[in-house]
Ligand binder design. Sequence first.
Ligand code: GLU
Length: 290
Amino acid sequence: MDTRRNMLKKKRRVVIKIGSSSLQHTETGDMDYIRLEVLVRELCNLKNQGKDVVLVSSGAIAQGKKAVHLTPEQLQEHPIAVKQACAAVGQGKLMMIYEKLFNEYGQLTAQVLLTKESVTNAKCRKNAKQTFDELFKMQVVPIVNENDAISVDELSYGNFGDNDTLAAYVSRLVDADLLILMSDIDGLYTDDPRKNPNARFIHTVGKIGRSLENMAKGASSDCGTGGMATKIKAAKIATAAGADMIIANGDNIYSINDVMNGKKVGTLFLSEQHQKEMSEEVAPERAEFR
Ligand code: GLU
């Protein structure tokens, strides 16, 4: 058994990010209730093992668009404002489903909507952190999304841009020891596997060097707003803050359980702390392509 994978079993505080594309049927854009149900069951199971769990979920804009039967013309007129309004509609719908499903397993949830200011401004960060701390004490599962209704580029505090980055900041904020990004791809490849049949899968990443960042620019992912480059950016934030990070395929929600059981699924990015601990065993430069 790979020791680096085995140590994932001991993680105490886990942030799991799921993208819009993993929550809906591709053909219709409607919610995939089976996948949502499995996701919630997996998370409740982690709670039952005594772990703290945070879910970072996208899907507000996508569900809002469906609900208001948005026309392309409406979107063309005021693209940002319409998206904000759709997020306000969709976020409520999303939470309603999550609350219902978590409730079936006797689990309480809380909605936490963040802006970039929540993590960059020291006062807001302190306030946000104390909310998370109390929620953990109350055994509640925080469900986080960006506060899209007020968080746009035009406003002075800016936005995260995508939920991969948001999830990495949340990991740092709550001192998580593991971040799992459920993506639309199995993990990191040396090139885009949909275009290059010789692309190799990367199981473990040590130090995130320039070569890896350049490679990620080529190996794009279609999901949500975050391609592979945003996942590398997220990995840099999370691993520097002391969390290991995994990219796994959201098509198979059961891979959360596999990851937590130390199975070799997805790409594992070692936290800076673990890179140091492992450096005697595997030099970081060599660990980059394994
Ligand atoms: N916050 C957006 C939503 O919930 C999604 C952003 C993203 O997927 O990166 O719809």
